[in-house]
Design a protein around this ligand. Structure first.
Ligand code: LMR
Length: 321
């Protein structure tokens, strides 16, 4: 039976994610221990969340823990969604968040190291997610560093939805849309390898639209949502978090975008956490490392890898790594 933990469970993403996760396991007929973690100030409203979970009468809940203690929340965890972080506000770039969130992820990594299942998977949603995942992994040496992930699925789903709308098809027909690099404005959603019903997206959509509309829209979609909602994306982020867990734990044989430990594949600095095309085999998400990239895609991916290297260097300067 899996133990699933969610940090920041009392926030907007958490509120959406909790019920999506419970519905998913209820439909699968799989029982789980659910551990919801947030700050002490949020505990009163978390009591209300617990009541709502009870009132849904989900068949999958073997036990429910509400806590402000990381060591309680991460005890024996098999899959942790690290959602809690200071969110990006209007006008902030993700890099502004780096130092603010670094200490949070250091502490979470340390707690995971002490009490989690050593085989646990850890998906970081809080931004800057790839670098936060790197920090958590660094402070959790007892866990498998290849089981720490940055959430790139939101970018992939945004890209697939854009193309589906453009060519008027269902989003599930858009395949192989891999996002390279960082979850930021430098990301590269690789339309050059993407297909719709087996046809290349580059044959179905003109290059001007792909380069001048599709690309910047995906890269800046997070900021566009913040400007419209006055708050960071929540339901779509929760959806992407659940979709990532599904791809890793219940693989469907399709490649997907995942921020994962890099050994230097495709020109990234080894040791970074960066988004790559991944597939799961024998229960492990692995980078697909034999894709031919043309010079344009290589250069775009490199830009984003370089931004991740800058984030890494900032952490070195801050003595976090
Ligand atoms: C998003 O992409 O919507 C979130 O990661 C929020 C953000 O900071 O962009």
């Amino acid at each position: 039976m899996k133990t699933i933990a969610i940090t920041g469970a009392g926030g907007q993403i958490g509120y959406a994610l909790v019920f999506r996760v419970l519905s998913f396991f209820a439909e699968k007929n799989e029982k789980i221990h659910l551990k919801l973690i947030d700050l002490p100030a949020v505990m009163p409203s978390m009591e209300g969340l617990a009541m709502e979970i009870d009132d849904c009468a989900f068949s999958c809940v073997e036990s429910l823990t509400i806590t402000d203690e990381l060591h309680v929340g991460f005890k024996d965890v098999d899959w942790a969604f690290l959602v809690g972080a200071m969110p990006r506000q209007k006008g902030m770039e993700r890099s502004d968040l780096l130092s603010k969130n670094a200490l949070i992820f250091k502490e979470q990594g340390q707690a995971l190291n002490e009490v989690a299942n050593p085989d646990a998977h850890v998906l970081v949603v809080g931004n800057p997610c790839n670098t936060n995942a790197l920090i958590a992994a660094h402070y959790a040496p007892k866990l498998n560093k290849n089981h720490f992930y940055g959430m790139m699925m939101l970018d992939e789903l945004r890209a697939r939805a854009q193309v589906a709308n453009k060519v008027d098809t269902q989003v599930e027909n858009v395949k192989n849309m891999i996002v390279w690099g960082n979850h930021s404005a430098t990301q590269f959603p690789d339309y050059t390898h993407a297909t719709v019903d087996g046809k290349q997206v580059t044959e179905l959509c003109d290059e001007t639209w792909l380069k001048d509309t599709f690309l910047p829209k995906n890269q800046k979609r997070g900021a566009e949502v913040i400007a419209a909602r006055g708050a960071s994306s929540a339901a779509s982020a929760a959806n992407a978090a659940l979709e990532t867990m599904k791809r890793v734990l219940y693989p469907d044989g399709q490649p997907f975008s995942l921020g994962i430990h890099s050994n230097g594949e495709y020109g990234a600095q080894a040791g970074l956490m960066a988004s790559y095309p991944c597939m799961v085999s024998s229960g492990e998400a692995r980078i697909i490392n034999d894709i031919e990239l043309d010079s344009y895609v290589k250069a775009q991916a490199q830009l984003s890898f370089d931004e991740l290297a800058d984030e890494y260097n900032q952490l070195k300067t801050l003595n976090i790594l």
